[in-house]
Ligand binder design. Structure first.
Ligand code: ADP
Length: 473
């Protein structure tokens, strides 16, 4: 087993990886920016190395700085967490070239899935359903017009290099296409350094359903069922659950097997998530694959009993799936009960403007069936430079209603003072009659939009979106 690993991340996910490493008897190295000197991941790691100024480009995204820290501390492996460098194929390559194991899939898999149009073509080839759309990158607006006419409006233009809910434009009619095409292209070029676009059919009221997979380095792939991440704001997830009320045991088995076969054919390894949209008649269509640990992995952990991060580390260490999850994959019974996760963001719950600053009082809930993954603490500072996620609350119950009620009482017992948080918004969602009935689609959050006056405070809101993108999660 590895003796020491470096965690190329910050916040709750850095602590999550430290927990797994400690339980495996592995030493940890934290890296931190000057803004994170007093962060908990620095305190709880065995060693810590400052890698630069607060701005992500100069620290957490700075490959030479991270690799130097890994070399100085003589680690065997690097865990990238989510966001930052986790889906950077060059980083994975530099790690391997430096003799440091990258805890994730091979660079080629990251590169393939990182181009969303290529990923779409590859999984289609491997037998997964995709939405009707362009076979690859659109050459020009004329091609977009021809394909959109074949597919039928509305369509969605998407940036091939997009992520974090950015780089998408819904086009309702042929008349709207020229403006949207030009704007989407220049936005994608500015945000992702690549203006390539592709196009697919727009589903008006879909659910977002994703399958978690694990694959060892000996050709074995398994799935751990689905998560439902339909509660989104600006195409970013806010509350996730497992299982989905709309996935029957038969559909879970069928799609799980298809996803497993597709990734086996592709030679995929480590953890990954295959994301789908479900239309109103319950059909699933691939939208993208994430080649890393997801923010919402804890709901899968609660309903399967598998520690995803330990499994990732064991797989990277060359162990079999059976060794990674502690039993024969065919004997894993899931879902066990129901789990819900709420993302607690440092933000104003009415205007959604980010709320950085010093936390003056902090009490995290606990009790039966409640888990809190957080790096926040009383007197701790939420820096303005990174994404606003300060805690994830996960409630596990024997069924969805028990998980919902448990989450409500947990959030009522969560004290955070000094900064604003999304806790009041999450409570409104949990009390919503449609949420309670499981009647969800990706436009569910429109009923909780800020008042038009508040929405004028958009420079701050835009700032928050761009930071979320830097994490890419
Ligand atoms: P990102 O990589 O930015 O996360 P995704 O392709 O995963 O982008 O899509 C994020 C969200 O955008 C989806 O969960 C869904 O809400 C919306 N979306 C994406 N594609 C479509 C589509 N074809 N029709 C309707 N909504 C879509």
């Amino acid at each position: 087993m590895f003796k020491k690993i470096l965690i190329a991340n910050r916040g709750e996910i850095a602590l999550r990886v430290i927990c797994a490493a400690k339980e495996l008897g592995i030493k940890t190295v934290a890296v931190y920016s000057e803004a994170d000197r007093n962060a908990l991941h620095v305190r709880f790691a065995d060693e810590a190395v400052c890698i630069g100024p607060p701005r992500p480009a100069e620290s957490y995204l700075n490959i030479p700085a991270v690799i130097s820290a890994a070399e100085i501390t003589n680690v065997d492996a690097v865990h990238p967490g989510y966001g930052f460098l986790s889906e950077n194929a060059n980083f994975a390559e530099v790690c391997e070239a430096s003799g440091i194991k990258f805890i994730g899939p091979p660079p080629e898999a990251i590169r393939l899935m990182g181009g969303k149009d290529r990923a779409r073509a590859a999984v289609k080839e491997a037998g997964l359903p995709v939405l009707p759309g362009s076979p690859g990158v659109l050459k020009d607006e004329a091609e977009a017009r021809t394909i959109a006419a074949q597919v039928g409006f509305p369509v969605i233009l998407k940036a091939s290099a997009g992520g974090g809910g950015r780089g998408m434009r819904i086009v309702a009619s042929a008349a709207e296409l020229p403006n949207h095409f030009a704007a989407a292209q220049s936005e994608a070029a500015a945000a992702f350094g690549n203006g390539d676009l592709y196009l697919e059919k727009y589903i008006a009221r879909p659910r977002h359903i994703e399958f978690q997979i694990l694959a060892d380095e000996h050709g074995h792939v398994m799935h751990l069922g689905e998560r439902e991440c339909t509660v989104q704001r600006r195409h970013q997830k806010l509350l996730e659950e497992a299982p989905s009320v709309r996935v029957s045991p038969e559909l879970r088995r069928e799609m799980g097997e298809r996803v497993t076969r597709a990734l086996q054919a592709a030679g995929y390894t480590n953890a990954g998530t295959v994301e789908f949209l479900m239309d109103e008649d319950g059909s699933l269509y691939f939208i993208e694959m994430n080649t890393r640990l997801q923010v919402e992995h804890p709901v899968t952990e609660m309903v399967t009993g598998v520690d995803m991060v330990k499994a990732q580390i064991r797989i990277a260490n060359g162990e079999s799936l059976e060794s990674a999850i502690g039993l024969d994959p065919d004997k894993l019974v899931f879902p066990r009960g129901h789990a819900i996760e709420c993302r607690i963001n440092a933000e104003n719950p009415d205007t959604f403007a980010p709320s950085a600053g010093r936390i003056t009082a902090f009490h995290a809930p606990g009790g039966n069936g409640v888990r809190v993954d957080s790096a926040a603490y009383g007197e701790g500072v939420v820096p303005p430079y990174y994404d606003s996620l300060i805690a994830k609350v996960i409630a596990h119950g024997r069924d969805r209603e028990e998980a919902r009620l448990r989450m409500i009482r947990a959030l009522e017992m969560f004290i955070v003072q000094g900064i604003d948080t999304s806790i009041p918004l999450q409570l409104r969602i949990l009390h919503d009659p449609d949420f309670r009935a499981g009647k969800l689609d990706t436009r569910f959050m429109e009923r909780f939009q800020p008042a038009p006056k508040a929405r004028k405070a958009s420079p701050a809101v835009r700032g928050s979106a761009s930071r979320a993108q830097e994490r890419g999660a």
